[in-house]
Write a protein that binds this ligand. Structure first.
Ligand code: TZP
Length: 215
């Protein structure tokens, strides 16, 4: 059976910001204690052997908390460690082929950054879309142009799949993004780059729950 999908607070782990493999496991566990609902492993420059080792460690750490582990791009790693799902970008393997490889029971996410890509996201194949970068980000150097809150809001009005906002998101953005129609927010540096990832996650959750907007 496909794991339940709760996109409310989606942590994308980055090895540079989390201090390597063990740092990623520690960050993920702290962030889960703070309310993160789903975790993605993303390491564009890693060799496959490192991917497998850290994916296995993360899966073992997250399973007892029933938090799904999503693997960015590397379907072989996802299958090997029996991750909950895979996330692909526009330049990665096409969603239909990814679905063929992972079968019906794993979560499939797709990155989109404009209305054309959103319209092309195949329903019944993709489980959720990651929409961004909504704001400027220093984490993904090859990110598409910034969407901005206004365009993000019109994308959310037209969406037919669960959607998580990504890119430059921190405290002060969450309430507006959820009001715009996002099903959750995905962050890297707002949790990975923080001294206390648990408190950072808690603060983001709190903002989503009570709808406050920081100046
Ligand atoms: N995809 C679009 S923006 C981005 C990714 C992986 C990076 C987001 O990082 P941050 O630190 O939350 O801005």
């Amino acid at each position: 059976m496909k794991p339940a999908l709760d996109l409310s607070l989606y942590l994308v782990l980055d090895p540079d910001l989390c201090d390597g493999g063990q740092g990623m496991v520690d960050t993920a566990l702290a962030a889960v204690a703070g309310g993160v609902t789903i975790v993605q492993l993303r390491a564009p420059r890693w060799k496959k052997r490192q991917w497998v080792a850290v994916a296995m460690a993360l899966k073992a750490a997250l399973d007892p908390h029933h938090i799904p582990l999503i693997i960015n791009d590397h379907i072989d790693v996802a299958l090997l460690v029996d991750a909950a799902g895979v996330h692909v970008g526009q330049q990665d393997i096409a969603p239909g082929m990814a679905r063929q490889l992972i079968g019906p029971h794993k979560i499939l996410g797709l990155s989109i950054s404009n209305a054309e890509q959103m319209a092309a996201a195949p329903l019944g194949v993709v489980d959720y879309i990651g929409v961004g970068p909504v704001f400027a980000t220093g984490t993904k150097l090859d990110a598409s142009p910034v969407i901005g809150l206004e365009e993000f809001t019109s994308l959310m009005q037209a969406k037919s799949l669960p959607a998580v906002a990504i890119g430059g998101i921190g405290l002060g953005h969450v309430a507006a993004l959820l009001s715009a129609g996002a099903d959750g927010v995905a962050v890297v540096s707002a949790i990975c780059g923080q001294n206390n990832p648990q408190q950072a996650a808690q603060a983001l959750r709190l903002e989503g729950a009570i709808g406050c907007n920081y100046p």
